[in-house]
Ligand binder design. Structure first.
Ligand code: AQP
Length: 332
C-alpha cells in the first residue's frame, strides 16, 4: 500500500470548511487503499504565540475532530507531532541543507509576516516549511494530501530530499502532492477570490465545522454572490456562486453540471437556502460526534498513544539513517 502523510495545526477551536474540503476529506478517503500517517502539528502551531492551556485543549479537539470525520485508528496512525522527537531533530539537518534565499522565497512566510512586519515574525515562522519538509520526509510517503496553498512547500520538500540524496546517499522518497483540483482552494464566503482562512477571513467569511449549525446556515445565506442571476460555474466572472457550487457539489457528491441543471431558472437565494440546509445536515452529526469523543479522553489518549508508537518506529529508523549518513557518531 502506498504511504500517505499529512498534518494539520491545532490553532483554532474548530477546523473550517477549507481545511475539510481541501485536505481532510482526502485523508479519510485515502485510508481505503493507502497506509496513512496523520499528525497534529503542534510544533508548527507555536510559530505564532499560543496560550499553553488553549494549545493543549485544541490539540485534543483536533484529534476528536479527525476521528469524528472518519479517520480510523485501525487504518491510520494519528499522532501528536511534538511526541515524536525525530521531527525536530530531522528539521535541524534540513535547516542546514536549505539556502537562506531559498527559504526567503516561500510566499506563505511573506503573506503571514506582512501584517506585523518581518521583524515581528519569529524565526520559527520563517523556517516552518523546513520543519514541514522533515515531517514529511521522515515517513518516506508517496503522497501528501494538502490544499493548493501548500504546493510551494511541497516543492521545497522535494528539492531538499533530492539534495540530501545526492549529497549523501539515497535516503528519502520524493513525495508527490495530492491536491484535488475541484476543492484545492475553498474561497472566503465574503471575499471568494481569497482562500477561506482562519487568520485572514472575517467571521462571516469562514464556516467552522464545530460552530452552531444555525450560525453556519446564516453565513451561507449571507454569502457574497455575483452580478447577474444565472447559476453557473465560472471561477473568473462568478467567483461567489462558483465557490458555493463547489462546496455544494463536494458535500453532496453531485456534479457541478448536475447542479447547474437543477438550478436552471432559479435564483441565488434558492441555491443559498438549499446549501444552508445541506451544511446543517452535514455539520450537526459531525459536531455531536466530536463532542462525544471529547467526553471520552481516555479513548483519545489511547488512540494517540498507539499512533505515537507507530510513528516513532518509522521516524526514528529514518532519523538513524540520516544521522549516520551526515556523519554523526552513534551513541554506544
Ligand atoms: N481555503 C482552503 N482551501 C483548501 N484547502 C485549505 N487548507 C487550508 N485552507 C484551505 C488546507 O488545510 C490543511 C490544513 O492546513 P493548516 O493546518 O496548515 O492550516 P492553515 O493552512 O494554517 O489553515 P488556514 O486557515 O489557511 O490558516 P492560516 O490562515 O493561518 O493560513 C492544509 O492542507 C491546507 O492546504
Amino acid at each position: 500500500r502506498p504511504r500517505v502523510l499529512s498534518g494539520i495545526q491545532p490553532t483554532a477551536d474548530s477546523f473550517h470548511f477549507g481545511n475539510y474540503l481541501g485536505a481532510l476529506r482526502q485523508w479519510v478517503d485515502l485510508q481505503r487503499d493507502h497506509s496513512p500517517f496523520f499528525f497534529i502539528a503542534d510544533l508548527h502551531a507555536i510559530t505564532v504565540e499560543q496560550d499553553p492551556r488553549q494549545l493543549r485543549e485544541r490539540t485534543l479537539r483536533a484529534a476528536a475532530q479527525l476521528l469524528a470525520m472518519g479517520i480510523d485508528p485501525q487504518r491510520s496512525a494519528i499522532f501528536i507531532q511534538s511526541q515524536v522527537p525525530a521531527h525536530a531533530q530531522a528539521a535541524w539537518v534540513m535547516n542546514c541543507l536549505t539556502g537562506f534565499g531559498e527559504a526567503r522565497r516561500m510566499t506563505q512566510f511573506k503573506d503571514k509576516s506582512a501584517k506585523g512586519g518581518e521583524g515581528a515574525a519569529s524565526v520559527g515562522l520563517f523556517t516552518y516549511p523546513i520543519l514541514q519538509a522533515a515531517d514529511i520526509l521522515l515517513y518516506r510517503p508517496h503522497y501528501v494530501p494538502v490544499g493548493e496553498d501548500q504546493r510551494q512547500h511541497l516543492e521545497l520538500t522535494r528539492d531538499l530530499a533530492q539534495r540530501f540524496n545526492s549529497r549523501y546517499k539515497k535516503t528519502f522518497r520524493l513525495p508527490e502532492p495530492y491536491i484535488l483540483k475541484a476543492t484545492a482552494k475553498i474561497g472566503d464566503l465574503q471575499n471568494p477570490t481569497a482562500k477561506m482562512s482562519k487568520s485572514a477571513s472575517s467571521p462571516q467569511g469562514i464556516i467552522e465545522m464545530l460552530d452552531d449549525p444555525k450560525v453556519s446556515a446564516k453565513k451561507i445565506r449571507s454569502a457574497v454572490t455575483d452580478s447577474g442571476s444565472e447559476i453557473r460555474f465560472d471561477a473568473e466572472d462568478k467567483p461567489g456562486v462558483s465557490n458555493l457550487l463547489t462546496i455544494y457539489s463536494s458535500l453532496t457528491a453531485t456534479s457541478i453540471a448536475d447542479l447547474e441543471e437543477q438550478y436552471a431558472g432559479k435564483g441565488y437565494g434558492d441555491l443559498k437556502k438549499d446549501l444552508a440546509d445541506v451544511v446543517v445536515e452535514f455539520v450537526t452529526p459531525f459536531r455531536d460526534r466530536t463532542l462525544e469523543l471529547l467526553d471520552d479522553q481516555a479513548h483519545l489518549t489511547t488512540v494517540l498513544e498507539q499512533g505515537r508508537q507507530q510513528a516513532q518506529e518509522v521516524a526514528q529508523a529514518t532519523l538513524d539513517d540520516v544521522y549516520r549518513r551526515v556523519g554523526f557518531v552513534a551513541s554506544a
